[in-house]
Every structure is written in C-alpha cells, then in structure tokens.
Write a protein that binds this ligand. Structure first.
Ligand code: PLP
Length: 394
C-alpha cells in the first residue's frame, strides 16, 4: 500500500468539482439532472478573443514564453489595473499564472512557513483553506451570519489576528455569497489592518466585473491606498470573459513577493499557455461590451432566482451584489425533517428527488446554506426551481 504524505492527506478534492462530477455521472446513467454546481459562465468565449488565439497558433506563437507572462500581456494587465482600479504597477510586480487558482497557490507557497496563519472569512471559496494547508499553513476561519450579509466586522478581524497571522484574504464580490464589501466597510477593515504592519492582505477580485450593485467595484486598496506595499491583488479572465478553460489568472503586488511566487511557478509549471496568454491580452485590450452583456443576463437571472427561491417555504435568500451565485439558507428546511441530517443530506435528496445539483454550504464553511450557480439559461433555472419546490413539498 502506498504511504501518502501528511500534506496530501490534509486536503480534500474540490467539493464543487465533486458535485459537478456526480451530476455528470448521473446524467451519463440516463438521469435527467440539472447541474447548478459549476462555477463558470455558460456563455461562449467572445469571438474576438477566440480569433486572437487562432491567429497566435497560425503565427507559430506556440513556444515557451517568459515564466511570468509575455511582455504584451503584462502590459495589458498593468493598463487594466490603471484603467479599472486606479492602481499603478511595474512589470516586476505582475505575475501571470495558469488561472487565479495557481496565483493563490503560488502565494501560499511563497509566503507561508509551517504554522503560519491565514485569516479566511466564511463562507469562502473552497480552495483557500486547502491551499493554505498544502503550504503547511493554518487556515483561521472567521464565521459570519446571513443577517450580517456574510461579511466580517472590524472587531471580528481584530480578534482573529495573532502573532502568527501572515495573511488576510478578502474576496469581494464573494464566491459563494455574492456579496461585496462597500468602500466604507473596507476602510473600517483597513483601520484594523493598519495596526498590524506585518500582516499581508490578499484581495481576490476575480468577480470584479460581475457586479450588479448600485456601487462601483472597489477593493481594499481603493479604500486604503497606504496598504499598497503589503497587498496582493488577484484577478483573472476566467469569469469576466467566460474563459475558464483557458487558464489565465494574474497577481499584482510587492516586487519581492511576486518574484518569490514567480520562482515557485518557474519550478512547477513555468509559463502559462502561450496561446491563452494572447487570448487573455485580447480580452483585456478589446471591447468590454461583451462583459456588460453577460452581466446584464446574470442580473436578470439573479433577480428571478432570488425571488423564486424566497417563494419556497423555509428558504431564505439574500440579494447578491454580484457574481453568478445565489446562496440561499435552507436551515428551516433542514430542521423541518428528520431525513435531512444536514446540508449534505439535503443536497443528496435534491440531486436524487429533484434532479438538481447544488453545492452544500458546508463546502464553503457555511453549513445550512446551499450554493446555486445561475450561470445557465432562464428556462433551465425556472425548471430547476420548480423541481426543488416540488421535491420539498412531497
Ligand atoms: N477566486 C475565486 C473566488 C474563484 O471563485 C475562482 C474560481 O472558481 C478563482 C479564484 C480561480 O479561478 P481560475 O483558476 O479559473 O482563474
């Protein structure tokens, strides 16, 4: 029997991918399943982006590039930060990676020693705690409530910081809750962070553009520009441009840290895919109307889904600020029946009885809620919610 490392035994496979796979298996077995588990837009990658990639292949742009990304893409990223976020970076402050997932992975490996703590507000993106564990770090979870719109308070942040804290993660708009921190809320968190100059901040802005609140997008650096020397901004093209399969994400931050992350990447995957880098550059430099079009569709679906969910007895769903997720509470539903031991049992019930795949909130550190991705057509969403309603009425 193969003896596996403590490291790999400390982590679990991505639960969102597991739900997607289980739905696919049932589908393959002939079951009629609606999969609302996956975290990716349903739209095709816009045409002008695909064309740039096709041209890159035809031009023979098919070899290794610089580990940290092509000069052209890095320039496009620097311009994007200036244009969208009012942030200035030099090329040695930018690292392009194979998806935002690798950006965060590089960060934990470059930053953490054994026992170092990383503060992660729950509900969180499933990968943060496990990527911290892979780097021998300790995830420190801050619980939130639906009443607080799943946001942490400055007091909670302060209480979570110890001498071992190395990093605080902020993800706004959030996967899975869909909520965003306001500029004032970020200012208040920054007020606490100022008292701990050794703590770094990661702002994961992956859903920046999928924002349908009345407030413009902002991150901790817009609220507290003085935190620039110890903040790392994570972003990518997966969600905004419907490019999940292309695998391009990027990070911006202090040159020393970015250099260390680049070293990690140089010994693991080297440069991200050359063709995808050309496509990502076309996405960032091209027309942005394609993004606005997708966001309009997400907003309409959000409104439908949240209202329809709230009509199901026992379900309580807040309105999101962005992303393509709803994160309804099923606490009352779970409490109402013996057979629903927890949200995992409920997810299994909905999968088998309603033929709808949702991800249980416990995967995100918020048991009792469920994540529903509305990155699918309105017809399918209507069918899915009707099925959930019917299954629960039985
Ligand atoms: N950050 C958040 C909050 C996400 O939800 C995701 C994807 O699910 C990522 C980062 C990484 O995306 P990718 O690796 O596809 O760029």
């Amino acid at each position: 029997d193969v003896q596996l490392s403590k490291r790999v035994n400390s982590i679990k496979p991505s639960p969102t991918l597991a739900v997607t796979n289980r739905a696919a298996e049932l589908k393959a077995a002939g079951k009629n399943i609606i999969g609302l588990g996956a975290g990716e837009p349903d739209f095709d990658t816009p045409e002008h982006i695909k064309e740039a990639a096709i041209k890159a292949i035809q031009d023979g742009f098919t070899k290794y590039t610089a580990v940290d990304g092509t000069p052209g893409l890095k320039k496009a990223i620097i311009n994007k930060f200036q244009r969208d976020n009012g942030l200035s970076y030099e090329p040695n402050q930018i690292l392009v990676s194979s998806g935002g997932k690798q950006s965060f992975f590089n960060l934990t490996l470059a930053l953490l020693d054994a026992g170092d703590e990383v503060i992660i507000p729950a509900p969180y993106w499933v990968s943060y705690p496990d990527m911290v564990l892979v780097a021998d770090g300790v995830p420190v979870i801050i619980e939130t409530t639906q009443e607080a719109r799943f946001k942490i308070t400055p007091e909670q942040l302060k209480a979570a910081i110890t001498a071992k804290t190395r990093l605080v993660v902020i993800n706004s708009p959030s996967n899975p809750s869909g909520v965003s921190y306001t500029l004032d809320e970020l200012k208040a968190l920054g007020e606490v962070l100022r008292q701990y100059p050794d703590v770094l901040i990661a702002t994961d802005d992956m859903y920046e553009h999928i924002n349908f609140s009345s407030e413009p997008f902002c991150n901790i650096l817009n609220a507290c520009p003085d935190l620039y020397p110890r903040t790392i901004v994570l972003n990518g093209v997966s969600k905004a441009y419907s490019m999940t399969g292309w695998r391009i994400g990027y990070a911006a931050g202090p040159a020393k840290l970015i250099g260390a992350m680049k070293k990690v990447q140089s010994q693991s995957t080297s440069n991200p895919n050359s063709i995808a880098q050309v496509a990502a550059q076309a996405a960032l430099e091209g027309q942005q109307e394609c993004v606005a079009e997708m966001v309009r569709a997400f907003k309409a679906r959000h409104d439908f889904v949240v209202n329809a969910l709230n009509e199901i007895p026992g379900v309580d769903c807040i309105h999101a600020d962005g992303t393509f997720y709803a994160f309804p509470s099923f606490h009352q539903v779970i409490a109402s029946r013996e057979e629903f031991a927890d949200d995992i049992a409920l997810a299994e019930f909905l999968l088998l009885e309603a033929g709808v795949a949702l991800v249980p909130g416990s995967a995100f550190g918020a048991p009792g809620n469920m994540r529903l991705s509305f990155a699918t057509s309105m017809d399918i969403l209507e069918d899915a919610i009707a099925r959930i309603k019917r299954a629960l009425e039985k």
